[in-house]
Design a protein around this ligand. Structure first.
Ligand SMILES: NC(=O)c1ccc[n+]([C@@H]2O[C@H](COP(=O)([O-])OP(=O)(O)OC[C@H]3O[C@@H](n4cnc5c(N)ncnc54)[C@H](OP(=O)(O)O)[C@@H]3O)[C@@H](O)[C@H]2O)c1
Length: 247
């Protein structure tokens, strides 16, 4: 059977590494091509958009894909809706591998908002030194907040023509340790973190460090995802594959 994994996450990479050992399954991982030097998954992979629902449906047909696992980031909603539509059109079984969101715990000072734009709006007159961890593509939403200093962490530096808020850019790729996150927050005298509710362990230490230090977190809630079968970890996705292979 031929499996397409829609990737761009640690879970997708872990899944790709697991499926190379499964007999009777040939897998290919698809990456959007956003990062300049992506972590290359084990096994076959391709890079770049498909060209909307029609392009993805055509890819599924041409490559004779039997199974689709959407292991994209919870905030990559467009590709998830495209995958749902294309898989339905072609009749390919589809599973979403989606890690659970972080839950607000005792001591957390979260302000929950429904979009990156709302996160930016919430900072006005409420923050002075912000640790911005929403990714390179979202910086422009904060550029008008001239009274705030931003420490902006992302995998690749912004392009020369990008609209970037005032502050400092830190290029780094997770996972991050609790000690690293504590040091960053203390050293830069951060009073507020802006984060997407990505879930998972790789970037969670900043949330724990914020709790310890009593720092506010503006938490962007996840966008809607399409209906369909879901698992929340790689083991669940592997179990789904075995079920499909043996039935
Ligand atoms: N959004 C985030 O915060 C975030 C964080 C970490 C990692 N990522 C990863 O970065 C990638 C892009 O995220 P996004 O938020 O820009 O996605 P998006 O808004 O949902 O998708 C926009 C377009 O990018 C292309 N695309 C997205 N993921 C793709 C994939 N895995 N393979 C091939 N094409 C893909 C598709 O283009 P066509 O319509 O041309 O097919 C899609 O319509 C995703 O793979 C995601 O897993 C995103």
């Amino acid at each position: 059977m031929r499996l397409l994994i829609l990737g761009g996450t640690g879970d997708a990479a872990e899944l790709a590494a697991r499926v190379v050992t499964i007999q009777g399954l040939e897998a290919i991982t698809s990456l959007a091509g956003r990062t300049r030097q992506p972590s290359v998954p084990l096994g076959d992979f391709r890079v770049g958009g498909f060209g909307g629902v029609a392009g993805l449906a055509s890819y599924l047909r041409v490559k004779q894909i039997d199974l689709l696992i959407d292991a994209t980031h919870p905030f990559a909603s467009q590709i998830s809706f495209n995958a749902a539509d294309a898989a339905t059109e072609v009749g390919v079984p589809r599973l979403m591998l989606i890690r659970p969101p972080w839950e607000k715990g005792n001591g957390d000072r979260w302000i929950e908002v429904d979009s990156v734009a709302a996160a930016a709006a919430s900072l006005h007159n409420q923050a002075q030194r912000v640790f911005l961890t929403v990714g390179r593509q979202e910086l422009a939403a904060f550029a008008h907040l001239e009274e705030i200093w931003f420490l902006m962490r992302m995998i690749d530096s912004p392009t020369d023509d990008a609209l970037v808020p005032a502050g400092k850019i830190l290029c780094d790729r997770g996972p991050f340790t609790l000690n690293n996150e504590r040091q960053i927050l203390i050293h830069h005298k951060i009073d507020t973190i802006v984060s997407k509710n990505s879930g998972g362990n790789a970037t969670k230490p900043k949330i724990i460090a914020a709790r310890e230090l009593g720092i506010k977190v503006v938490m962007v809630n996840r966008p809607a995802i399409p209906p369909g079968e879901q698992v929340n970890d790689v083991d669940g996705a592997v179990a789904w594959l075995f079920e499909k292979l043996h039935n």
